[in-house]
Design a protein around this ligand. Structure first.
Ligand code: UDP
Length: 537
């Protein structure tokens, strides 16, 4: 015990000295605040002021050095949600000399990842906004290893899914509230601030109606690397019994399936396999993961519990049920997830179109879809409407009213919807996901030309296969050739199964053509164009 204390004392003096001499040092990645993650040495935090502090010395580094653009609007986003005004990070600056007048700093020795959780009580947000981004931010910076410390600055208590965050590193995450207990001035020896947004696939509709993010950068492979990690940390065991089974995810509090027992029976009969009901309340998370990772089909009302589709095996079917007047095409977080390249999930949406099968709750509090607080005309308008128009997040009363309805599921209609999109018989044979490999450039391309007449010419082009082809088994190899007359904006495109071809149609004598060639594997894997060939007829 004494030795440990003296050890800390020695470290303390070294650390204090380093802070006094070097001040704070920051180097970031990313050109914009929405893309930025910063690495700090000696970033401090005043628990009294509730502000991060950057200490300037002759040795401090501040890159990017933005001047007052640092406040337009912020240095970076603390959560993975893009450019949300409640998620901005900044620090205040002081000269190191000010340390003499301040409370003695307390040093946090662990490498810290400082960030905001976006909504720690909602499972979709937990996975999509926090867990996946944390996991891949840690992969990006190797000193964020198993012994690093997550620091949650959004200010909430642990929340309903804290155990999941605890799986990511071996140290208990720190909450903002707990920082006060550690001291008045905390200094993080080494820290990273911000989260990678590379893995997020959905925007929640703060500035435009919700939908998939514009440029998706994640594939099923990365998602499954992450879920494999979690499955291992949870010690979850997959039920891999050969027959296959169907999991129906039920909600116990709201947005109920009113004929759940009948529905489960219906599934068992229709697909001749076991069907089981699960819920977040009745199962441990590890058990749920085990069950879902062996299932052939996951059925659920629209809702955050459907993010558990992350754990489905390749080839499985996701069936999402929508209440009356809620258009499935307007709410696609789970469809987008299931459709990510390489997720290899089949997605089916079903909507209740029969008003007599819906049970609304106009008298509940507004956040559970109640509308009693609205003026009569508005209530009537909502009740009469047959579809919620597209809207922004998060308090649209018509949306809340409709999404918190309970539904009596019309089983024949649901089964026919499923059969329309799932043609193969369940359980589907194990889908082997082919890793996606793109062609390299075609090589040694050449052209030969000859003039045939005053108006006609020939253009013969040949090329070699991409270098990586000889190491691959590719079902179909084709080439795309574009022939562009120099100076023109348009070109003639051709798809060819050969490595050489003579073009005669529309080829003019005494003309310069640019020829662009690229290889295509299996119809849709487009390689890069090789450098343009210049051919003079
Ligand atoms: N929840 C639940 N059972 C219910 C209703 C909600 O387990 O009957 C959970 C739900 O999975 C989510 C959280 O409580 O993680 C918040 O639910 P809410 O309806 O606000 O969000 P949604 O599921 O629509 O995203």
């Amino acid at each position: 015990q004494t030795q440990e204390l003296s050890q800390i004392r020695i470290d303390y003096h070294v650390a204090l000295q380093a802070l006094m001499e070097d001040g704070t040092r920051m180097v970031c990645t990313g050109r914009m605040h929405t893309e930025r993650i910063c690495r700090f040495e000696s970033l401090c935090y005043s628990t009294e002021a509730e502000e991060f502090v950057f200490f300037h010395s002759n040795a401090s580094v501040l890159l990017p050095n933005l001047g007052s653009r640092r406040f337009q609007p912020a240095l970076l986003d603390l959560s993975s949600v893009d450019d949300h005004t409640t998620q901005y990070f900044n620090f205040v600056e002081l000269p190191v000399a000010a340390l003499k007048l301040m409370p003695k700093p307390v040093f946090v020795p662990d490498v810290a990842l400082i960030m905001n959780r976006f909504n720690s009580d909602n499972l979709m947000h937990v996975f999509h906004d926090d867990l996946l981004p944390i996991y891949y931010t840690m992969q990006q910076f190797p000193d964020l290893d198993q012994d690093s410390r997550l620091v949650f600055m959004e200010g909430w208590s642990e929340g309903s899914h804290f155990d999941l965050y605890k799986l990511l590193t071996n140290k208990q995450p720190l909450l903002r509230e707990q920082l006060k207990g550690l001291g008045k001035l905390l200094c993080f020896t080494k820290s990273y601030v911000g989260l990678s947004k590379m893995t997020t696939w959905y925007q929640y509709g703060f500035i435009q109606p919700q939908g998939p993010k514009a440029n998706l950068l994640v594939s099923g492979n990365e998602i499954r690397q992450f879920t494999n990690f979690l499955v291992e940390r949870l010690n979850a065991t997959t039920d891999s019994g050969g027959e296959g089974y169907i999991v129906v995810f039920s909600r116990a509090v709201n947005r109920l399936i009113l004929n759940e027992a009948e529905l489960i029976l219906g599934f068992a009969q229709e697909f001749q396999m076991k069907a089981i009901a699960v819920s977040l309340d009745d199962h441990s998370f590890g058990d749920l993961v085990g069950l879902i990772s062996g299932a052939s089909m996951l059925v659920s009302m629209h809702g955050s519990q459907l993010v558990m589709a992350l754990f489905l095996p390749p080839g499985a079917v996701v069936v999402e049920l929508f209440p009356y007047a809620v258009n499935p095409e307007h709410y696609t977080p789970y469809k987008t997830l299931a459709s990510l390249p390489g997720m290899d999930l089949q997605y089916v949406a079903w909507q209740n179109t029969k008003e007599e099968n819906t049970v609304a709750h106009p008298n509940r509090p507004w956040e559970q879809g109640g509308i009693a607080h609205l003026i009569k005309a508005e209530q009537e308008h909502i009740i009469k409407s047959k579809e919620v128009p597209r809207h922004l997040c998060c308090r649209n009363p018509e949306w809340l009213f409709r999404i918190y309805q309970d539904t009596l599921v019309d089983i024949p209609s649901l089964m026919s919807t499923i059969h329309q999109s799932v043609k193969s018989k369940l359980p589907l044979r194990k889908v082997k996901s082919n890793s996606v490999i793109y062609p390299g450039k075609v090589r040694d391309s050449k052209c030969q030309t000859s003039v045939q007449s005053a108006i006609g010419a020939k253009l013969s082009i040949s090329w070699q296969v991409p270098w990586n082809l000889k190491y691959l088994k590719v079902k179909e190899v084709k080439y795309e050739v574009w022939i562009q007359e120099q100076g023109e904006n348009t070109y003639m495109p051709y798809i060819l199964p050969y490595q050489n071809y003579t073009f005669m149609e529309n080829i003019k004598p005494f003309t310069t053509y640019l020829v662009w060639i690229r290889c295509i594997f299996n119809k849709n894997l487009l390689g890069p164009f090789a450098e343009a060939l210049t051919c003079n007829t």
